[in-house]
Design a protein around this ligand. Structure first.
Ligand code: A3P
Length: 341
């Protein structure tokens, strides 16, 4: 019996099946045969039960910090490159493989004395804290829904939406504050109106400002893989103004028991202008200076351009929310549509 050597055989195989040359990691816990040959040191519990997928600049860090306060939940270990975000399903980290991803969820970090249950078909242990992950770049990553679904088909997804125009402007200010030359040399108006013949770095910044805000398109991509019931949409304005109710709704959606009463843990901080974690009677712990930045209001010309630019996307979002059923239309969305029509 003879065969072509393995490397050549592999090369031949991928010539015949080029669509399979990009790896896709499946979930070993979904297949009894895979589980049987998996190392004993691995556990299905060291995969996240829910993902906060973004998009960027909608309040994802605030949500992450509020969730991290919950005794029943544990986030991933920090990444040396991207801090609290692992950014596994988008970009090159994906090729580092499943072991790399799972190393961010060590089981000893998940044990707690609290008896907890989170709604999930495979949720088994009672003495465990449940892992979650927040990577705000997931929302608009083309390949992310497919990859995430292959590995975490039962995961719940949490999305935060604010006015896409505000989000675009916040991203521009974020890039400026990081010393980006383009953002510092071009006004917001110049960035969002840059043409397709503009220099690439300018087009890239324009795209990073504008594209994540096409909410309906991105949501449809996620919904092609995940069922509606696994998706929770948070109104980012509510998260900013009334995080206690938002956290209650989210806990109910995630079916976390016991419910944590956030009214004992979050308080509006007049100096910061946002809700912060209560440390004691007189002290709060707020997010750093890079969250809740102070910058001038958006100029009128840009506001008008963006109202027109996002009209079709916002209309599609209303349609989608109605189609998905029993989902409130955020006030910012109603306002944006009423000022454009
Ligand atoms: P700005 O800095 O433009 O005001 P993200 O964490 O996804 O990057 O989002 C950052 C945005 O979160 C901030 O944008 C801010 O408006 C918003 N945010 C919502 N709740 C917040 C809170 N409690 N503390 C700080 N920022 C909050």
């Amino acid at each position: 019996l003879s065969s072509t050597p393995p490397i050549q055989l592999g090369e031949h195989y991928f010539k015949l099946h080029p669509d399979e040359s990009d790896p896709i990691w499946g979930n070993p816990c979904e297949d009894a045969r895979h589980l049987k040959i998996w190392s004993r040191s691995k556990s299905c519990d060291s995969l996240p039960k829910f993902l906060v997928i973004g998009p960027q600049k909608t309040g994802t860090t605030a949500l992450y910090s509020f969730l991290s306060m919950h005794p029943s939940l544990a986030s991933n270990l920090p990444s040396p490159d991207t801090f609290e975000e692992i950014q596994f399903f988008n970009g090159n980290n994906y090729y580092r493989g499943l072991d790399w991803y799972m190393s961010f969820f060590p089981l000893q970090n998940a044990t707690s004395s609290n008896s907890v249950h989170i709604g999930s078909p495979s949720g088994s242990s009672t003495n465990a804290r449940y892992f979650f992950e927040k990577s705000a770049t997931y929302f608009d990553g083309d390949l992310v829904p497919k990859r995430a679904h292959q590995l975490l088909p039962n995961a719940k997804l949490v999305v935060i939406l604010i006015s896409p125009a505000k989000r675009a402007y916040s991203w521009y200010q974020h890039t400026r504050a990081h010393g980006d030359v383009i953002a510092n040399n071009y006004s917001f108006y110049q960035v969002i109106t840059a043409s397709d013949t503009a220099p690439k770095p300018l087009r890239d910044l324009r795209n990073r400002c504008l594209n994540p805000g096409k909410y309906a398109q991105h949501l449809e991509r996620w919904l092609a893989f995940y069922p509606n019931q696994q998706l929770h949409i948070i109104d980012g304005e509510q998260l900013r103004l009334n995080p206690i109710d938002v956290m209650n709704d989210l806990q109910r959606f995630l079916k976390i028991a016991p419910l944590m009463d956030y009214s004992n843990h979050l308080r509006y901080d007049p100096k910061k202008g946002f809700y912060c974690q209560v440390l004691n009677e007189s002290r709060n712990k707020c997010l750093g200076k890079s969250k809740g930045r102070i910058y001038p209001e958006m100029d009128e010309k840009s506001t008008k351009i963006l109202q027109r630019y996002y009209l079709s996307h916002n209309t599609a979002l209303v349609k989608l929310l109605k189609k998905l059923g029993s989902r409130p239309i955020p006030t910012w969305l109603k306002n944006e549509l009423s000022t454009t029509t």
